[in-house]
Design a protein around this ligand. Structure first.
Ligand code: PLP
Length: 394
């Protein structure tokens, strides 16, 4: 039979870098080698007991297997409570909606704003779903430049006028995965003025507000004056509460955007599984001291890994936030992928090539802080014993 005719969108999807890394990892494991997998951002911490108990209890009630249809009123209240407590932001009920993780929410939100051919603005390098939000809607993806020398902040004054006229929305996210920097408050103040002046909607991804090392607490975009007039924030429970697999996050902010997004989703979704909603309520309203303990553990790992790498000759800056570290590849390697492959081969350390995050990520790698300090010490020993940082290794 003739081959099926698939859409251009599907045909454009490449197995990509992660498939190559995974294949190599499987090969190493088959050889009985030890691998240190710092390529994926899945926390190794456990969800708190009260969150798991709420989920378990809800799973025991047969009524909770029905279509949820909507967010439980208690869930919406729980988000209001959390935003007030954590960010001192007052939200109204119609400024809140759930999504199946920020990833899924982002994948669909482009459909709220874009007709095919419209333009969106995303950072380069940046987390891949930012771009995908536009791809799904058939939009034109334009990137804004962020450079190390400018603290990886966009130069808002120098985005070409022609681009500003076309852009429907701009995705902004700090602490930014993969470059691991935070933005100062003044940046957000400038961003909101910029958005108003140019009629560009801001979608702020706040996945790492609780994993920040430059101060003890991250902020919400919505805590800045005028923010909800120009956009919404994605607030994920995945990393703060170690609930990556539960798939629940929220979009909060501008009520008109929320109402349109809800209308769109009413056509494709019957609501989040009720036990997951109950777990989220427990997470948002329950004790939260573990978040600070966790933040301190990430900070200790950040220090141990970056400091340790510097000691053995790899000049890696400390991460300012996120659960990652962003490092320039050592001299003598041509591409971030070839470096990753050699690193994995020689040491068993798996990291993500920067090129997976856009063209400007080439020359860098991203490492996830998902192993404890003991393991970090072990992998540093393995790295030190290898010839990976010796320029004359070839
Ligand atoms: C910047 C960023 N946004 C969103 C996500 C996905 O979050 P969620 O689990 O809520 O879909 C991630 C996950 O790594 C991320 O790094």
């Amino acid at each position: 039979m003739e081959s099926f005719r698939f859409s251009d969108k599907v045909n454009d999807i490449q197995p990509g870098i992660f498939a190559a890394l995974n294949q190599k990892k499987e090969e190493l494991l088959a050889q009985g080698r030890t691998v240190y997998n710092l390529s994926v951002g899945t926390p190794d911490f456990q969800p708190a007991g009260h969150i798991m108990r709420a989920m378990q209890e809800a799973c025991g009630n047969p009524d909770n297997y029905k279509y949820a249809l909507d967010d439980l009123p208690e869930l919406v209240e729980a988000v209001r409570y959390r935003y007030q407590k954590r960010f001192q932001v007052e939200l109204e009920k119609d400024e809140i909606m759930s999504v199946y993780g920020s990833q899924e929410g982002m994948a669909h939100i482009g459909l709220v704003f874009c007709n095919p051919g419209d333009t969106i603005l995303v950072p380069n390098p940046g987390y891949p779903i930012f771009e995908m939000s536009g791809v799904m809607a058939g939009a034109r993806i334009e990137t804004y430049k962020i450079e190390e020398k400018n603290g990886y902040l966009p130069d808002l004054k120098n985005i070409p006028e022609e681009l500003l006229e076309r852009a429907k929305y701009m995705i902004v996210s700090y602490p930014l995965n993969p470059v691991c920097v935070c933005a100062p408050d003044e940046f957000y103040e400038e961003l909101i003025l910029f958005a108003k002046k140019n009629h560009i909607i801001i979608l702020h991804d706040n996945a790492y507000s609780d994993i920040i090392f430059t101060r003890t607490q991250g902020r919400s975009f919505l805590s800045f004056d005028g923010a909800r007039e120009v956009g919404v924030e994605f607030y994920s429970l995945s990393k703060s509460y170690n609930l990556t697999g539960a798939r629940i996050s929220f979009v909060v902010g501008n009520r008109e955007i929320i109402s349109r997004f809800k209308a769109l989703r009413s056509q494709i979704d019957y609501g989040i599984f009720l036990p997951v909603q109950y777990a989220a309520i427990a997470a948002l309203t329950g004790p939260d001291d573990f978040i600070e303990t966790q933040r301190q553990e990430y900070a200790a790992r950040n220090k141990a890994l970056c400091g340790g790498l510097r000691q053995i000759g790899w000049n890696v800056p400390d991460s300012q936030g996120t659960m990652f570290v962003w490092a320039k590849i050592p001299e003598g390697y041509e591409t971030s992928l070839s470096f990753c492959m050699e690193l994995m081969d020689k040491t068993g350390l798996i990291v993500t090539p920067g090129s997976a995050f856009g063209s400007e990520g080439e020359g860098y790698v991203r490492m996830a802080l998902v192993v404890n300090e003991e393991k970090i010490a072990e992998l540093l020993r393995v790295l030190k014993e290898s010839d990976i940082f010796q320029k004359d290794r070839l």
